[in-house]
Design a protein around this ligand. Sequence first.
Ligand SMILES: [Zn+2]
Length: 394
Amino acid sequence: MKQKDGQRIWRRGGLALLAMALVLAMLPYKQAAAAAVQKLPIGYNDELTNIKAEQSGDALYVPLREIAQKLHLEVGGTADKIVVSGSKHSVVILPAKQSAVSGKKTSSLKTYASEGRTMVPVSLFKGVFNFGIAYDASVPVIRITSGKQKLSLQSFVEQNRAALSANANGGKTGQKPQAPSKPQSPKPASSKPIYLTFDDGPTAHTNELLDILDQYGAHGTFFMLGPGISAYPKSVKRLVDSGNSAGLHGMTHVKSKFYASPASALKEMTQDNDALYKATGTRTSLIRTPYGSKPYFTQKYRDKVLAAGFHLWDWNVDSEDWKYKSDHQKVIDSILKQVDQQEKEGIVPVVLMHDQKATLKVLPQVLKTLKAEGYTFEVIQQNSKPVNFWHDKR
Ligand SMILES: [Zn+2]
């Protein structure tokens, strides 16, 4: 019950924030920009673009030519007298004078060059061309609208939340980057990547688990439940800060609730991601559904959830550590045997384990043996090619 109440309050807080952001978006950009990060993804109508806004001083700036093209505006003139025109309105930008002329009105307009592009305040497109501009601080994202958008700002954010978080983090969750890949040269014989994954955490044992990983210089990917994240935020922060990867496992872990509908599955992952954001300041696009994605996570579920930008991960080595909680040697032998099998078939092993007390007993020997066999313990990245039972590569 406690959990539910907390969540409702938090959701209400989120709505208030959204409403506030909408108000701010109508004001001069001073206030809105103050809450922004340095690089912001930009949405145009219902599309999430690859164009990024930058915060400079107290305003948000966008690359003029890229945005103009997206907004179907023409850019002409010269470098010191840039003419931007739409079907009804136009503006002449004078970078040397830091001013702009629209109709008979001249106003000051700060511009600057960034990576060879002319950056202009995004407010220009509202002031001169009447585009709508909104800002959502929770992701964050800036959204420009022409009036042809179908989604509300909130729906737009929800639909793109995972992709937006990937953008905001530059495609990383803050984990240690994988060894630079050199596709041209053959892999050295010693390069045998393996993904260790831990489900159902975080728990009271997560710190010990991280201690063991640290001890062997290893990292793992943790598919975590929202309530656990809220209960052990420090463990989650440590996990992410020390180069492990965070993934989502939903909120309830109850089959009838999670798989009730595609919308319920998406909602659980989104709420889980919100909890992760609260604990670490980052979101992720990596998900593993409760009990694995087969048989319940059928096409219509995947269409809904993966369209929001999530990447689905199952496993190809099942430790069954949840089943044999006292027979540690059986679990160890089983993992090593299955890993060996995958390796022989040229498949990168993705090992399913659980964040639980029993795993603390098997992990040291597993790490020691695999390390001696030349494996490198890599973490699943947001841009890693997903491994799942459906072979869904989205
Ligand atoms: Zn689970």
